[in-house]
Design a protein around this ligand. Structure first.
Ligand SMILES: CC(C)(COP(=O)(O)OP(=O)(O)OC[C@H]1O[C@@H](n2cnc3c(N)ncnc32)[C@H](O)[C@@H]1OP(=O)(O)O)[C@@H](O)C(=O)NCCC(=O)NCCS
Length: 187
């Protein structure tokens, strides 16, 4: 069972483990509503999803690269915290830029905001990220839910990047991205 690295009232974060989380993560990545805003083309099969995860592991060239599983906390306090159901993922696909997604069945319940606040709090405490004083994130200018999550989690609006990226599912169309950022607390 993957160790729990952070917890909130309803959720835990675990370093992503293929044996524990892959099947649920694969389902998440195969939902076109979840991957709608992604710059990657839709995945064809499990091999491609696994490849993406492998590309997101920390390496000497990309020590910041990591993916964490967002899991529900078991309701029974006697049950191991780490055994909770996988509901989403949060990670650093770029230095030092956070990305996230939650299974559609769990949208609109405040889970992503809770997970992002927990992630940011954990991030400032990790030795591996001690040199970073700012975390950024980007959302398509039409992704209202994600922009709202960032605002609720305390992120501020940064640069507006016009015609900056293409959605993998809609290649050839340049779309606008809104940057958000949050700074390391001073005290
Ligand atoms: C974006 C996403 C992570 C949000 O997860 P969630 O658990 O539903 O988020 P929360 O419940 O914490 O908050 C969602 C907020 O957005 C609001 N919202 C939902 N749809 C919205 C829309 N179209 N426009 C504006 N706000 C919207 C909700 O009302 C809620 O705000 P409120 O609490 O003030 O009412 C989820 O929808 C998802 O995984 N989407 C696909 C992947 C994705 O977009 N990832 C981010 C890429 S930058």
């Amino acid at each position: 069972m993957a160790p729990v690295v952070a917890s909130s009232p309803r959720l835990t974060l675990q370093v992503f483990s293929v044996p524990d989380h892959f099947e649920a993560y694969y389902e998440l990545e195969m939902d076109p509503e979840v991957t709608k805003w992604s710059s990657n083309p839709p995945f064809k099969d499990k091999e491609e999803v696994l490849q993406k995860l492998n590309n997101r592991r920390p390496t000497p060239e990309k020590p910041w690269s990591q993916t964490w599983a967002i899991c529900l906390k078991p309701e029974d306090p006697d049950v191991d915290e780490g055994s909770g159901k996988f509901v989403g993922a949060i990670g650093l696909p770029r230095e030092i830029d956070v990305g996230y997604r939650i299974s559609r069945a769990y949208w609109g319940k405040g889970f992503m905001t809770e997970a992002l606040v927990m992630f940011v709090d954990m991030f400032w405490k990790l030795d591996d990220y001690a040199k970073y004083n700012r975390i950024s994130a980007h959302a398509d200018s039409e992704n209202g839910a994600s922009m709202r999550v960032m605002e609720k989690a305390g992120f501020k609006k940064g640069e507006y990047k016009k015609a900056f990226y293409e959605r993998g599912a809609v290649p050839g169309v340049k779309l606008d991205l809104q940057e958000f950022y949050i700074e390391r607390p001073t005290s």
